[in-house]
Design a binder for this molecule. Sequence first.
Ligand code: ATP
Length: 247
Amino acid sequence: MRNTRSDGPVVQVEDVTKSYSGGAGVRALDRVSVAFAPGTFNAVMGPSGSGKSTLLQCAAGLDKPDSGRVTVAGEDFTRLSEPRLTRARRRAVGFVFQSYNLLDSLSVWENILLPQRLAGTRPDRAWAREVVGRVGLSGREQDRPAQLSGGQRQRVALARALAARPAVIFADEPTGALDLSTGREVLALLREAVDAFGATIVMVTHDPAAAAWADRVVFLADGRIVTELADPTAEKVAAQMMAVSVR
Ligand SMILES: Nc1ncnc2c1ncn2[C@@H]1O[C@H](COP(=O)(O)OP(=O)(O)OP(=O)(O)O)[C@@H](O)[C@H]1O
């Protein structure tokens, strides 16, 4: 995995505020600062509407904050024009979504190489093959996503993210559509990506058991980071969620 140029964080969110107009006007993020270090697995939790998705969108360069700064792999995403931001995001960021977001018209292998093609980089096929093996998809390369189970599709999405060697992978409820044991397999692969490949992962989840796979859990409430846990267990995360939810 590619890390940042220095030992500093891969992702730095500084004093980010984001509001949505309409209705009463919602402040989804209220002066949020958080950093994600290279080679770490981070979970973001919080009650519904606390700002988790907005934080992920802003940190990943999918949305622009109203104020504050987002730096990813040494690049200030908040100062880039839209086309440059798109290019920078394609170079530096990988995504895993709850709904897989695979293209059914492409094979598994083509899906996995697609982000590199879009980024205009020459796909590293040897690395992609290794990743495909690691996630247990060897032999399925020519299948279409529609021929695969949910768990297998999420493995494709993870392989797609890893194959491009992004500085950071953002995962939005990656196990949300999976049954318990399939979800655990995907979480184990995310964990392995960090431990074996040095990937940096930021995962939004509602599930304390999922968050317990992370090195660190950041808790949001009402658009603010209210606390965090290092070396979480499912019990500690659940207790903290209770405390955050009754605030
Ligand atoms: N596109 C939008 N337009 C208007 N309001 C929005 C929009 N997106 C989010 N919001 C509001 O911003 C706040 C934060 O939403 P966000 O989706 O970031 O929270 P969340 O913690 O991810 O919630 P959930 O767990 O339900 O997915 C909420 O009050 C939400 O209603």
